[in-house]
Design a protein. Sequence first.
Length: 317
Amino acid sequence: MLHFLLRRLAALVPVLLVVSLVVFLILRLAPGDPAAVIAGNSATNEEIDKIRNQLGLDRSIPVQYGIWVGRVLQGDLGYSFYLNKPVTALISQRIEPTLALALGTAVLAVLIAVPLGTLAAWRMGGVLDKTLSAFSVAGFSVPVFVIGYVLIYLFAIRWEVLPVQGYKSLFGPSGAGPWEWMRQLILPWLTLGMIYIALIARVTRASVSEALTEDYIRTARAKGIAESAVLIRHALANAAVPIVTVIGIGVALLIGGVVVTETVYAIPGLGSLTVDAVLNRDFPVIQGLVLFFSLSYVLINLLVDLSYLFLDPRIRY
């Protein structure tokens, strides 16, 4: 296992290098000039050229990339063109709301989807199974922002039971209490969780229904084992690998896919920081965020692969 872990960690370097190179080239070759955005509409060409020189944008692309990679290897992601702050500081300031949103959504989706998918597989063709199929289609079809606005209208405007927008940290002297902190995230969790509940429930249903047709399930039932134990300890346990796989992929995608939800609910996380950076052509911030999202995705996939060792004793690395 140690050899596998070292190989996977070593593979991080070329993956991140390729991702950073592709993003760097796309940003530099795409239309739009950060210097012109910073200078404003009334700036002269001389003023824009001066800003480009200050930002180092007048150098060749290979030189710019080499300088940036050298700084990254030293733990420096550069300074924001627009905010003139270190990119690492901007990410650290915005990471808490994003993690709270992504991890809370993942926990909520797992707690709802796995039992629903298991019960639907147990009573395949029943009312719950058909309802789950309809919900899955709706969850995949309806855009996230539509779900968000519907929930805001119902729970925040019409019934006035939950806050509309904003985020208050759980930590610090002026932080929100645990209930107030959770209360402000209930709607974002539900909004972002719909598609993942649908996805995880469908995968769980398919995996458990396949496991229920195996010989060891018939053997367990013939021994007189309780149906709940057969369903959980035998069927669900043996169907865990594909379920954990889709959960891991979902968590990785959630961390990098919170842009729409954070925009709808005005949450100051990495998603809103990404939108601002793209609109302002803030190259260092975009590059730093893409690098962070890529690293998160690869590390979460590594953890999922390692979890297979505990879920299925037959798997060895």
